[in-house]
Design a protein around this ligand. Structure first.
Ligand SMILES: Cc1cc2nc3c(=O)[nH]c(=O)nc-3n(C[C@H](O)[C@H](O)[C@H](O)COP(=O)(O)OP(=O)(O)OC[C@H]3O[C@@H](n4cnc5c(N)ncnc54)[C@H](O)[C@@H]3O)c2cc1C
Length: 463
């Protein structure tokens, strides 16, 4: 018998009522909120952090994977960021680096000032009030203690499926054998890098700076870097191994393992002399335990310290560099995936998957980051290939007025790895927000009463 405390029944003040409550303001949440608000719904968005963007801003995943065909809110966001920054990074599709700080500012404008979304920062959804298959309200915890928000429809965009979990909905975790999902990473940015000096070294000494994962020649990297394009710098494993061998006292066994798990992986950012480092990997992470999450962040920051020390010591151009920031959220690729009416499957990730109730077309391939070692398993679709994601995978099987969008949508482990990109999460959110608005306007009480053709006409990301 474990220890426990009892809480007394409490009267919780209702602070707002809405057509749609959106849980979480990451990519899926912003897509859902903008779509619903623009179509005339009264929308409240609850976000536990103090800015919008989720993993894209607080988690520093400041590079958006977006297909050339995306015409939705993700494309709009990138075009506006370019105007804001005076850059032309949109031409770098399908991979577009963004500035997470400007993204936060722009998202406030787009959601609060323009779309009129009622955004509540610093509030965590801690409980739901439900009756059979309906959710009536969410309980939020913030500076005022517990408060309630009522709505007709709810969209779980928490990434972790937290709202559905609190409601008691079924969820999936890890791979099909009951194992682990894709590993998380803690991202960090490094500033004051002399990129020209680093690029010179790569060009002058190709042998030292060779990589098992190189996507560009040193000359191409230089050209891309100077023309507002995404540049993938990775992973310099021969250099890492050699410097470790030459300096046996410099790194502990744990640090050597950290450095040789992924090597050095980084990319350019819109600001000159700033890079985003994606080299850490947290092994053995399940994604549904608070203590595990806390330990993972501490582990991630220790890895950051080691990786940065290596870079500053051994990479030309990094002599004066500093750690600019580390993610305020762990970069979680996969945690709970809520069971919907349909589970989007690995077989669906192919060029010929078509559904009559499609709400998103996506062209991402599978990308599974090993949770037990250094591996990466992947597949690619051809240039013009895409698959459909059906409406049934964004409605929660166990409830009548609950949607789920973003990385916690109803997908099998490999299938999620193909559909978790930021633009796809935004598009899944758009679909849920737009669907909830149609249902609320038509006074329907069940997500399954959708007029799917009317919904599809509103959505911009179905081919
Ligand atoms: C290391 C890493 C690298 C990646 N690289 C890329 C890439 O290069 N390009 C790309 O496009 N995608 C990439 N991705 C994927 C992408 O970043 C995520 O899949 C995407 O951000 C998920 O969006 P989301 O809205 O579903 O969830 P999240 O971004 O996790 O947002 C969820 C939001 O909900 C909030 N929340 C959670 N619980 C509650 C609660 N109880 N109450 C209130 N608020 C709550 C959180 O604070 C957060 O703001 C990467 C992901 C990781 C982790």
């Amino acid at each position: 018998m474990f220890d426990y405390v009892l809480i007394q029944e409490q009267k919780i003040p209702v602070i707002a009522g809405a057509d749609i409550v959106i849980a979480g303001g990451g990519p899926a949440g912003i897509g859902a909120a903008i779509a619903a608000s623009r179509e005339g719904a009264r929308v409240v968005l609850v976000e536990r952090m103090f800015c919008l963007g989720g993993t894209m801003t607080s988690g520093l995943v400041s590079k958006i994977a977006i297909s050339h065909r995306n015409r939705g809110i993700a494309a709009e966001l990138l075009e506006r960021l370019d105007r804001y920054q005076g850059t032309s990074f949109i031409q770098s599709r399908p991979e577009v680096p963004v500035d997470p700080e400007l993204t936060k500012l722009l998202l406030d404008k787009m959601l609060i000032d323009e779309a009129g979304v009622d955004v509540r920062f610093g509030m965590t959804i801690v409980q739901v009030v439900k009756e059979a298959r309906r959710i009536n309200a969410v309980i939020v915890s913030g500076l005022n203690g517990f408060e309630a928000i009522r709505a007709k429809y709810f969209v779980d965009c928490t990434g972790d499926g937290q709202m559905s979990f609190l409601a008691g909905a079924a969820y999936m975790l890890g791979d099909e054998e009951g194992g682990l999902g894709s590993a998380p990473s803690l991202l960090f940015r490094v500033a004051h890098v002399d990129m020209n000096k680093f690029l010179d070294s790569c060009q002058e000494d190709e042998e030292t700076y060779q990589s098992d994962h190189a996507r560009h020649s040193p000359q191409e990297a230089r050209e891309l870097y100077h023309s507002d394009r995404y540049v993938f710098f990775a992973n310099y494993m021969p250099l890492v191994r050699r410097r470790i061998e030459e300096n046996p006292q410099m790194f502990s066994e744990w640090e050597r393992k950290v450095l040789t798990t992924r090597g050095l992986i980084f990319l350019n950012q819109p600001q000159s002399g700033v890079i985003l480092v994606n080299s850490t990997r947290i092994l053995g992470f399940h994604g549904n335990d608070a203590a595990e999450l806390s330990n993972a962040l501490v582990n991630g920051r220790r890895q950051v310290e080691t990786i940065f020390r290596f870079m500053k010591t051994f990479l030309p151009g990094f002599e004066n560099s500093i750690i600019m920031d580390t993610g305020s959220m762990l970069g979680i690729r996969e945690s709970r995936r809520v069971v919907g009416d349909y589970v989007f499957s690995e077989n669906d990730v192919s060029g010929d998957t078509r559904y009559g109730d499609a709400v998103v077309s996506n062209s991402g391939g599978i990308e599974i980051h090993s949770s037990t070692g250094s591996g990466l398993k992947g597949s690619h679709l051809g240039k013009d290939e895409y698959y459909h994601i059906p409406y049934r995978s964004i409605i929660v099987r166990d409830f009548d007025n609950l949607f789920v969008a973003g990385r916690c949508f109803s997908a099998a482990h490999p299938a999620l790895s193909a559909a978790r990109s930021i633009a796809c999460c935004i598009a899944l959110g758009e679909a849920a927000g737009s669907a909830g608005t149609q249902l609320a306007k038509n006074q329907k009480t069940n997500v399954r009463d959708i007029d799917i053709h009317a919904l599809q006409e509103k959505l911009t990301n179905i081919l």
